[in-house]
Design a protein around this ligand. Structure first.
Ligand code: SF4
Length: 223
């Protein structure tokens, strides 16, 4: 049965309007620096934002570090330019245990069952962290990517949220209102690179093919 469409961006806008300028704490799960640019502009005016970079899906370990460093650099630059003081927390890198279960779906297209399990694991880790550290709200940058189904991500997060009543899940759809293009402008302004693959070894193989098509020597290019 087809998933019932929900306008999660409307829901986002209703929630932030209802805050009335109180700026509660929010933990943002961020998959990388480039994907954080636009969501931060939507969140910082309404919340006291901290970021959790918890992405053991990323392969290889050097790439996990590389994306972490790029995110760190972005936050330093945003503090300098906009005065945004955004704490960054980094999760542990246990790739093998993250991939348990996911390896059953090597041939799924991005956004399919392997990815749904991957979202679920990372979102659950985010809720757990938010609860343990007393955050009022939790959300993720994942809905920004054109390859990631926002309906599915929000549905999964909404289900997990029932296990964590102390934390309010902020539904969002950062693709909406031109989020991808607005994000690219900020990425360009801050000189961020764009990686050509999502994270795991299966997507890495897709990235290699994409790079070949684009005539690139590696899996990164400046925006
Ligand atoms: S393609 Fe991305 S979301 Fe899907 S399983 Fe791999 S790392 Fe996770």
């Amino acid at each position: 049965m087809a998933e019932r469409y929900v306008d999660y961006d409307k829901s986002f806008q209703r929630t932030v309007t209802g805050l009335g300028g109180n700026r509660p704490s929010l933990l943002l799960h961020a998959c990388c620096g480039p994907c954080s640019c636009y969501p931060l502009t939507e969140l910082v005016p309404h919340f006291r934002v901290s970021i959790l970079y918890d992405n053991p899906n990323i392969f290889p370990a050097d790439e996990f570090k590389r994306r972490e460093k790029e995110l760190e650099k972005l936050l330093v630059d945003l503090k300098r330019d906009k005065g945004w003081d955004i704490p960054l927390f980094v999760g542990s890198y246990d790739h093998d245990s993250h991939m348990e279960g996911l390896r059953e779906y090597p041939d799924e297209k991005e956004g399919g069952r392997r990815c749904q399990l991957c979202y679920e694991k990372r979102l659950r880790a985010g809720f757990r962290f938010a609860k343990e550290h007393g955050f009022a709200y939790f959300t993720t940058t994942l809905t920004l990517s054109r390859f990631k189904p926002s309906q599915v991500i929000n549905r999964i997060a909404g289900e997990i949220a029932k296990e964590y009543p102390e934390v309010t899940y902020l539904f969002s759809d950062f693709k909406k209102r031109g989020g991808i293009d607005k994000g690219k402008l900020i990425q360009r302004e801050y000189g961020l690179y764009q990686q050509l693959y999502c994270g795991c070894e299966y997507s890495y193989e897709d990235g290699v093919k994409r790079a070949e098509k684009l005539g690139l020597d590696d899996l990164y290019h400046p925006i």
